[in-house]
Write a new protein. Structure first.
Length: 346
């Protein structure tokens, strides 16, 4: 119980840090995107901004790991063929590991579909492959296997896998293995046996958080000197495989008027500049009462209300209720760093 309470406390801390850090990254990455469009053909300046943007992207990846560990990441699942995802991700794996490591992908003849966030599942595989690589400093072999796995009544496994149908994704290495004294701790956040400059201790805790949040289970078996196997069990999805999302088309410029309501000044200003750069007229409000004054006094149409959800002095949903009475034709978009408000996307 005490261990569970400690993990819950660390999870809450990680989620809170990730939320605040995301606010900062929104400003950093937003201005980087603007600068990339403004630097023109100055190659040296463009290279500097691109490096800042890439660093912001890596920092965003770290916050996603924190959110995944704390199980507060907003998932965007779809029904997919996990073997196809593994085959596509294999190209990425080859850039991460050395030539002295052989990667073998094994796929069952038929693999059931699963309902998961593809980006999150890629991150699970990536973390497991990187861990396998680090366990083989002198080279070796990694086997990534995709297969079906059914659990019937009375056929439980060591991790008490519930009865049902699963897809098993396994990553096996021929490395040095995990000592028995270390095995109970490998999914704990910030626990690592790597050198200080080689890891954060978040990789396997992120794997655990993503798998559990996706309704699955993860199990590890290892023997010192003979390698390790990580088995990820994901419940089988009902229904057909969904097509992957198409790449976004270039953004269109606009001419409409947007009322932007955001209490964080830095976020408010960067959003305003990005919208104006895209051609929109922007009306600013730092809290709901100020937004209501604008709604009451602005003489021209307001085409969109872009509002934060939680603000001092009121909330986005409450503001929208007033908006419906004053300007029923105005569209609404919520934005929030709190993933508990993901249901507002409907």
């Amino acid at each position: 119980l005490r261990h569970s309470q400690r993990m819950e406390a660390v999870g809450r801390l990680a989620g809170g840090v990730a939320h605040d850090f995301n606010n900062l990254l929104q400003v950093i990455n937003g201005y980087s995107d603007l600068l990339l469009e403004m630097v023109g053909h100055d190659a040296a300046l463009k290279d500097i901004v691109e490096r800042v943007r890439r660093a912001g992207g890596r920092a965003g990846s770290l916050t996603r790991q924190l959110l995944a560990f704390s199980r507060k990441q907003v998932l965007e699942p779809r029904t997919l063929d996990p073997a196809d995802l593994v085959a596509e991700a294999q190209k990425m794996f080859m850039r991460l590991i050395g030539e002295d490591i052989e990667v073998c992908v094994e796929r069952a003849a038929t693999v059931w579909p699963v309902h998961v966030d593809p980006g999150q599942l890629e991150q699970v595989l990536m973390n497991l492959v990187v861990n396998a690589r680090d366990a083989m400093p002198d080279g070796g072999r990694i086997v990534i296997e995709t297969a079906n796995a059914a659990r019937g009544a009375g056929s439980g496994s060591p991790d008490d896998l519930p009865e049902g149908r699963y897809v098993r994704l396994s990553v096996t290495d021929s490395g040095h293995g995990i000592p028995p004294s270390v095995l109970p701790h490998i999914f704990e956040p910030f626990f690592t046996t790597k050198a200080q400059d080689r890891g954060t201790g978040l990789g396997l805790s992120t794997v655990h958080g993503i798998v559990i949040q996706s309704g699955g289970h993860v199990r590890v078996t290892s023997e010192t000197g003979k390698g390790s196997t990580f088995d990820v069990f994901l419940p089988v999805a009902e229904g057909p495989v969904q097509a992957a999302a198409q790449p976004a088309s270039p953004p269109r410029r606009g001419s409409e008027t947007v009322l932007l309501v955001e209490d964080e000044e830095d976020i408010r200003i960067v959003c305003k500049r990005m919208l104006e750069h895209a051609g929109y007229t922007v009306l600013l409000a730092s809290e709901p009462q100020q937004a209501l004054q604008i709604l009451n006094t602005h003489e021209h149409p307001i085409h969109l209300l872009l509002t934060d959800v939680v603000m001092p002095g009121g909330s986005g949903p409450a503001l929208v209720r007033h908006l419906r009475a004053l300007r029923p034709r105005t569209a609404v978009v919520y934005m929030s760093g709190y993933t508990e408000h993901a249901s507002l996307r409907s």
